[in-house]
Write a protein that binds this ligand. Structure first.
Ligand code: GTP
Ligand code: MG
Length: 446
């Protein structure tokens, strides 16, 4: 499979639609055009009304043919796009014809991969296309658009440039000690390195926002039987998903649903009420509930304000990722028993009165780390955050070498690695394995 192959794929989603597109990219478009259109390639970038024909000169469909000569195309190669009617059979026949004419079926993400390899996009931008297509909220789509336009890449490139410039200085000092570039005494280099570390930190905070909008969070609803967990899931989802009854132990299986809270994708899991049970089914439900509580990014511990006492309080999971949800406020005439969970982050709600739910949603967003200000957020992935963290660590380590041990050689090595790690983000430096992993998660025809 070389990049010389001419590749073809259906670029529109399966199903019926007014228009469906087959995209062909590579060097051998002349013969494909003759075989499929019965004529030479159309004028560049001018829509050409055309018949699409099979091997026996029968018309498969009629539509528009568009030719984008290299390098001014998405992939940077010659591209022929056929806009036919959007039916699975028609598009399948067109693709089959292209394959007969010597094209190869494109792998998932191969068009984007070629765009990357031909320098049309960097890796962050290629990933942003996938994120834009699969974004689950308008906010997420705006963030992906910003990454696609190069906002994130520019920030990373600026850091790489600054580290390179510091490296040049440090390596010169190592190579020419007689020149007495006494940069250890010169705090300028330390200041610049500190600034790089600060900038990486800022970028980490922003990239974290972008990752949240893309990946969302896992939210577990846990608590005693009958506390109102399933009612809460239904209220958050705006739908009767889980069975609600006044019988303790109603929920056994984990009920999952993805919802959006102000653009934040939240994967909610409603679980079985926590209690000792002889019933094997319920006991298994409780075991699963505890497992989910363990793994979740955020836990809502639901307490029934009308019955809760300090004695029957369930074990509180890691307080840093737990919100105590005092439910059934409508049943409490006097004061709420808030003292029981003093010092913990809590919110009072009544699902029956639909009160307190907005406050709860806001707390969920805060806990997830999603800021109010969404403008300027760009989409980012776990891979990017990981690289930013690693490069920050290397820069800190380098700075410490300089301050504590006056070891410019070690600093130089740290900087070299930090630069390399950052370059992985945009793909300036990347292994084939990484590329394969990234592009194979794309869909066909992209
Ligand atoms: N008064 C009042 N009742 C509520 C409220 N929320 C839930 N309930 C009732 O509490 C009972 C239990 O609700 P569920 O949502 O099934 O509770 P659960 O925590 O999922 O219970 P299990 O699945 O058995 O663990 C039902 O009768 C609900 O109608 C509330 O805010 N006020
Ligand atoms: Mg339930």
């Amino acid at each position: 499979m070389s990049h010389k192959d001419t590749i073809a794929a259906i670029a529109t989603p399966p199903g019926n639609g007014g228009v469906g597109i087959v995209r062909i990219s590579g060097g051998q478009l002349e013969s494909v055009a003759r075989g499929l259109l019965g004529r030479d390639l159309p004028q560049p970038r001018i829509a050409q009304y055309s018949s699409f024909i099979d091997a026996h000169n029968n018309t498969i469909d009629t539509g528009l043919a568009l030719y984008f000569p290299a390098p001014h195309s998405f992939t940077g190669e010659n591209i022929l796009e056929l806009q036919a009617h959007g039916g699975a059979v028609i598009l399948g026949l067109l693709l089959e014809r292209a394959l007969q004419l010597g094209c190869r079926q494109a792998r998932a993400g191969e068009f984007s991969e070629r765009a990357f390899l031909n320098g049309k996009l960097d890796l962050v931008q290629a990933e942003a296309i996938a994120d834009l297509i699969s974004s689950s909220s308008a906010r997420g789509a705006r963030a992906a658009q910003r990454s696609l336009s190069g906002v994130f890449s520019a920030r990373v490139n600026a850091l790489v440039a600054e580290i390179t410039s510091i490296r040049v200085f440090v390596e010169a000092a190592i190579d020419f000690p007689e020149e007495e570039i006494d940069f250890l005494a010169d705090s300028d280099i330390q200041q610049r390195l500190q600034q790089v570390i600060d900038d990486i930190e800022t970028l980490i905070v922003e990239a974290h926002q972008g990752r949240l909008l893309r990946d969302g969070i896992e939210l577990a609803i846990v608590g005693r039987p009958n506390a109102g967990k399933s009612s809460l899931l239904n209220a958050l989802a705006g739908d009767e998903l889980a069975i609600v009854t006044d019988i303790p132990g109603t929920t056994r299986d984990v009920v999952r649903q993805q919802i959006l809270i102000d653009g934040l994708p939240v994967f909610v899991a409603d679980t079985a009420g926590l209690r000792e049970s002889e019933d094997v089914i319920e006991a298994e439900g409780v075991r699963r509930a505890l497992q989910i509580q363990e793994k979740a990014d955020l836990v809502l511990l639901v307490l029934d304000a009308s019955t809760e006492t300090p004695e029957n309080l369930p074990v509180i999971p890691d307080p840093k990722r737990t919100i105590i949800v005092w439910n059934k406020q409508d049943l409490v005439a006097g004061e709420m028993p808030l003292a029981i969970t003093k010092g913990l982050d809590s919110v009072i709600i009544s699902i029956h009165n639909t009160s307190g739910l907005d406050v709860l949603k806001q707390k969920i967003r805060q806990h997830a780390g999603l800021n109010e200000a969404s403008e300027g957020v760009f989409s980012a992935r776990a891979r990017h955050l990981d690289a930013l963290h690693r490069s920050e660590k290397l820069c800190r380590h380098g700075l410490a070498q300089l301050q504590d041990f006056s070891a410019p050689e070690l600093l130089a090595e740290d900087l070299r690695q930090a630069q390399q790690v950052l370059a992985e983000i945009t793909g300036q430096f990347s292994s084939d394995d990484l590329l394969g992993e990234i592009f194979s998660s794309f869909c066909i025809g992209k």
